[in-house]
Design a protein around this ligand. Sequence first.
Ligand code: PEP
Ligand code: MN
Length: 341
Amino acid sequence: MDIIVLSHEATEEDIQHIIKRLAGWGLKINLSQGTERTIIGVIGDTSKVTEEEEDSIRAATGVENVVRILKPFKLASREFRKENTIIDVRGIKIGGKRIPVMAGPCAVESAAVLTSIAEKVKASGALFLRGGAYKPRTSPYAFQGLGEEGLKHLAEAREKTGLPIVTEIMDPRDLDVISEYADIIQIGARNMQNFRLLLEVGGSSKPILLKRGLSSTIKEWLMSAEYIMSRGNQNVMLCERGIRTFETATRNTLDLSAVPVLKQLTHLPVVVDPSHGVGKRDLVAPMAKAAIAAGADALMIEVHTNPEEAMSDGDQSLKPEQFEKLMKELKPVAEAVGREI
Ligand code: PEP
Ligand code: MN
């Protein structure tokens, strides 16, 4: 028993009665009031609930049906919620008809460089500014990010441009300080299965952008989303950023088939990051277009005013004029699939 579908006549009292019975079995709930129906998602280990107990819930007043979800993820599943989840960030919707583009440097390097990039991407139509202040670098000797100083620069750039910011968390100990500044908190590929971190951000009210792990299956990825959602935070978006394969022509293999697969399996918005997916500037535009054609709800693209001098990911960062051109080229692709940029 994983989902309890309530009838239109169900009263608050009926709902409370069900919640109390579930609590008696050590189970918690997530109430989802959709346009078509109200459902109670049962959180916890439901395998111990007997068939008789399940029947007694089915027979309770206000209950229309009780459904078992066979998939290991529940709150994230399409069965749990039929309608697409739309996440509202400062009035910008992710998961609706419009496809917001999140753009900016890989890392926040200085206030001046960041603001200049932010102004340029905004002028081209980006709706979010991205930039890492805490960077997960392969080498401990590489630039690790500016930390809180970087967050301050992001806030300043938001002040100047109005663009909400997306920035990465690596350590639960930074959640308070990052929450002070970020509009969307990113969990990077390397931390997709950092379960303690997932639980911490699950207790936050900030929307979470969960990147796919370097070698993670779609199922593992959705289980990570489930970790976040099981703690109460339902505002999770999934970001495909390429996976490890035998291919070496590109930095990763951007798995665009994940987009329609996710659309079947989950109601959560799907973001595509072609920059990390391909790792090479010239390949970003075609894959960004393909991502939209495949059904992406948002794009994340790295842009730098001087990629040759960038402190990280310069090879894959677009120059502002290339980004501007791409944004224009994306419009007809979006329109062709019934969306807008
Ligand atoms: C990034 O967004 O700059 C980043 C480090 O991404 P990923 O976790 O996908 O490698
Ligand atoms: Mn990067």
